[in-house]
Design a binder for this molecule. Structure first.
Ligand code: ZN
Length: 294
């Protein structure tokens, strides 16, 4: 997971969201507010203005996703659902708030995150509890990494040996609790396929980086073909240097669109744990490394 890079929501959509939120806030009790949220959310495709608003929201959120429209939680599946970081059924005051949205895949949104959230209770402590479905949270500070506001890599570290996430902070701290609760809700280490995909992403990133370096140094079409094996992007109708540049652009684009960019970021941050040959490659190509850093 990576912190989302913020984009501004167009004013028209922002205004509409505020109007919807004010309808919720006008209600007196928690029950009335959650009922209003549920009704408004159900109806959001009923009118042209709301259809347009939520289409704008989805489009803007898509541009903020990792890779090309990848789920911001698992970094593996296609991001399709508008996900409320603070669940709308428990935090009605955040239901129509732009900063509470991100795009997640169906799997993460409905199977794992759903309306689950942990909170710190008592406030300011490092003790957490899961908010019960349908009840007003007894405290408002969430024990869940807020990807619109927080950098998950301040809380979590990917172990490059087993490709699982571990809390960075010491036990009995709020940072530790937040990391544990986030992992527990999203089950990022329990889903075997995800762990396996991260392992293969690790190898893939290393191979692709080496490939880009070698193509950059190649002096003939034959040399490139030997490195890349039949890559369709190699355009032999162009002069060699132009063709090599075109291919390099394509390879870099593909690299940046790879699933699991967190794995790559952790490879850079934990360089000392990589093989000596990969460390050497990193040291010799600082500009390329910077260019490919998410
Ligand atoms: Zn997902």
């Amino acid at each position: 997971m990576l912190k989302l890079i913020d984009k501004t929501l167009p004013t028209k959509a922002q205004d509409r969201l505020q109007k919807l939120q004010s309808k919720v806030n006008a209600k007196t009790t928690f029950k009335e507010r959650t009922k209003k949220v549920s009704d408004l959310w159900e109806d959001k495709t009923e009118t042209d203005i709301d259809k347009e608003t939520f289409s704008t929201i989805k489009t803007t959120l898509t541009t903020m996703c990792v890779g090309v429209g990848l789920c911001n939680y698992c970094e593996q599946n296609e991001a399709s659902d508008i996900e409320h970081i603070l669940p709308k059924s428990l935090f009605p005051e955040e239901a129509f708030v732009w900063e509470n949205y991100l795009l997640a895949c169906k799997h993460c949104n409905t199977t794992y995150k759903s309306d689950k959230i942990d909170i710190f209770n008592p406030a300011q402590s490092h003790q957490t509890e899961r908010v019960e479905r349908g009840t007003e949270p007894p405290a408002k500070e969430i024990a869940f990494i807020h990807l619109r506001k927080e950098n998950p890599l301040d809380f979590l570290e990917l172990d490059l040996d087993d490709c699982r996430f571990y809390p960075k902070a010491k036990p009995n701290t709020r940072e530790f609790a937040k990391a544990v609760c986030t992992l527990d809700i999203l089950q990022l280490d329990e889903r075997d396929t995800l762990v396996r995909y991260r392992e293969s992403a690790f190898k893939d990133f290393a191979n692709r980086f080496e490939e880009i370096v070698r193509v950059g140094k190649a002096q003939s079409f034959e040399e490139i073909e030997a490195i890349t094996k039949a890559k369709p992007a190699l355009d032999k109708t162009l002069p060699f240097v132009d063709s090599r540049e075109k291919l390099l652009e394509q390879l870099k684009k593909d690299f940046k669109e790879q699933e699991h960019p967190t794995v790559w970021l952790e490879m850079i941050q934990q360089k000392a744990k990589l093989s000596l040959s990969l460390q050497k490659l990193f040291d010799e190509n600082p500009v390329l490394l910077l260019e490919l850093t998410p």
